[in-house]
Ligand binder design. Sequence first.
Ligand SMILES: Cc1ncc(C[n+]2csc(CCOP(=O)(O)OP(=O)(O)O)c2C)c(N)n1
Length: 332
Amino acid sequence: MPEPTREQERELYTCVIRARALDVELVRWHRQGIIPGFPPSIGHEATQVGAAAALDRTRDFVFPMYRELGLALAMGVDILGYLGNHNGDWNGGSFDPVASRFTPIQSVVGSNGPHAVGWALGQKIDGRDGVALACIGDGGTSQGDTHEAMNFAGVWKLPVVFLVSNNQWAISVPLAEQVAGGSIAARAAGYGFPGVAIDGNDLLAVRAAVMDAVERARRGEGPTLIESRIYRRGPHATSDDPGRYRTLEDERRDAGEDPVIRYRRSALERDIIDESFVAEVDSEAAVWLEGIRSYLTTLPPRGGETLFENVYAELTDDLVEQRDAWAQDARA
Ligand SMILES: Cc1ncc(C[n+]2csc(CCOP(=O)(O)OP(=O)(O)O)c2C)c(N)n1
């Protein structure tokens, strides 16, 4: 498996820093009333950026859940369109999924597994060699949709990598109350494909594991389940108060080393980056953030009628009726 070049690692570093910086700002922007809500990815960065680095952006496709900011950035998603989703835009973000090979995020836990499997089946039928990355949380593995997706993918040996970001929490429910066997990776055996548990705070280890799984899938050997062990370092979302179900002491004890600090330390130690590069990335990130902030603050309020747009090419009679009734109510 090819090691990343120095140049690639510098890009990975830049992406990790931007993912963290944007996350931190988004929480502030929520507090300032600029965005209505947001699920922070703090603690997920190494897994997300490492996984994206293992994909071929010309033929693979990501089926994300809602906590995937770093993965979106690393896939080159138009981040302003992506953030439209968190700014009350109902259509899942206004970026081009085909260009970025990244479907719109959605909030229905587990539903993206079947989407990934359907796309992977299409690749097989069409004789193509793309691989689907299905992103699932530890809580998402308890959903029936995830079982159906894994079962179907196993039986049909489809090119899917199931990347489970096990951040130890499903809102307030800890892993121990969610997974009786203790291991998510072990479940893969029941579906007839390999399951591996990795240290998801180690960016290069994630890249290597996902690359192995992608190569396996491309060879026609079927799916892999990767359980990436991490920790959700922030709240579930800006509306959540983790102090109601875990203490700061728990967080300090359980979270381990921060994946962003860890990657910076490793890259510095290996002379991939130096202090002046670190400073340059930080100052470029600050300018980049300011651009995003001014975009978000100048967005006009979304009209409720957008609920009815982008559903069908032509609205059905029922929807026309509902839209008109809505408009009449809104004017009243
Ligand atoms: C089908 C469905 N059931 C319940 C919910 C409510 N819900 C939103 S997030 C969440 C927890 C998901 O936890 P996990 O999959 O571990 O992802 P994380 O948020 O920790 O990244 C739940 C139960 C939902 N969005 N969809």
